[in-house]
Design a protein around this ligand. Structure first.
Ligand SMILES: *Cc1c(COP(=O)(O)O)cnc(C)c1O
Length: 350
């Protein structure tokens, strides 16, 4: 039986350090009964003259209700990028530790590994079904492997990673398993956040950038055990989520029913797009997708990509990704946008 202990994976300097104590850490009760002369703020009202809540309690409480998950086991970041960077900094010793990630997958993991001087080990997905190769992953694990990155549904392939595979990795690995669920709201599979109570080495990452339609406010969400959240709270920049972002997030989260409707519309549009793409002769393969995009294999990706640009449509050329030769990634747009790309595809295949 493996034993997961956060003390074994936290970096010694992080364990020893003391957090910055902000004015709003030391005095948190924000009501009109007090005169606030503690943070060197400008007293004249602009609507934004005060520092924001460093722990974003209102946003977390709303998320907690929507996700049915404890608010004190959530950390928010300036996009997923920031929470991903924080976990590298908390748990991976530069020039010593390594992480493993499935490939192809999201490009930020390797960028952040490089930035933090952490060796990045890729484990190729199986070519036929884009599922992870468990034995290959574990053959790459050594005493300095701190994290394994999984992305489900995966970007750019679109598939959800099967539960049995994730569970095996979580159970066998002594370090942290990071499950990036940026696209989970488009999937019929449940989130892994409900398994955190059973497996304290799971960290789940979500975002308001995709299904919630708020890429512009930069809000990334990390769900983990209270011990992990405590470490990350200690090292995050004190006021990392600005007041405008907190206000907008709260407004949209309170209207969650509307989000569910647009998510459903996008899923329906994806199904229509998938069906219509089958008629295009130069498309050799349409990969199944649990996300809001579709990966297709074509005759010549770079050529087709350029042809689309000429017609005013921008998609992503993934031909240089592992296992993605001649693959293009298409984000599902509005009905009109999808009709536009389909009409261009038809024109090009005629
Ligand atoms: C889009 C995306 C994100 C979101 O990143 P943000 O910084 O929150 O906008 C995270 N992970 C994956 C795999 C993505 O595709």
């Amino acid at each position: 039986m493996k034993t997961f202990n956060i003390d074994n994976i936290i970096r010694p300097n992080i364990k020893a350090m003391k957090a910055y104590s902000s004015a709003r850490d030391e005095f948190q009760e924000i009501t009109n009964d007090f005169v606030f002369l503690d943070a060197n703020e400008n007293p004249y009202e602009t609507g934004l003259n005060r520092y924001p809540d460093p722990f974003q309690r209102n946003v977390k409480n709303e998320l907690s209700t929507i996700k049915n998950y404890p608010a004190n086991q959530i950390l928010l970041g300036n996009g997923s990028d920031e929470v991903l960077d924080l976990i590298f900094r908390a748990f991976c010793e530069p020039n010593q530790d390594n992480v493993i990630a499935i490939s192809p997958s999201y490009g930020m993991y390797s960028v952040l590994a490089n930035l933090n001087a952490i060796e990045y080990r890729k484990s190729l997905l199986n070519e036929n079904d884009f599922q992870p190769n468990i034995e290959d992953i574990f053959s790459k694990v050594d005493a300095n492997t701190k994290m394994i990155f999984l992305c489900s549904p995966n970007n750019p392939t679109g598939e959800i990673i099967k539960k049995e595979y994730i569970l095996e990795i979580v159970k066998r690995f002594n370090g942290l398993v990071i499950i990036d669920e940026a696209y989970i709201d488009f999937s019929t599979e449940p989130s892994w956040i409900e398994e955190i109570k059973n497996y304290p080495n799971i960290i789940v990452i979500q975002t308001l950038s995709k299904a919630f339609g708020l890429a512009g406010i930069r809000l990334g969400i990390l769900y983990a055990s209270q011990e992990i959240i405590a470490v990350l709270n200690k090292i995050k920049p004190p006021y990392n989520i600005n007041q405008l972002t907190q206000q907008k997030a709260l407004e949209i989260l309170k209207d969650y029913d509307k989000i569910k409707l647009t998510t459903q519309t996008i899923i329906e549009q994806k199904q229509l797009l998938e069906t219509a793409l089958k008629e295009i002769t130069f498309i050799e393969k349409i990969y199944p997708s649990d996300a809001n995009f579709i990966l297709i294999k074509v005759d010549d990706a770079t050529n087709r990509y350029n042809e689309l640009i000429e017609k005013g449509i921008v998609i992503r050329n993934r031909t240089n990704d592992d296992l993605c030769k001649n693959c293009l990634r298409i984000t599902v747009g509005t009905e009109e946008e999808n009709e536009k790309i389909l009409s261009v595809f038809k024109l090009l295949s005629a």
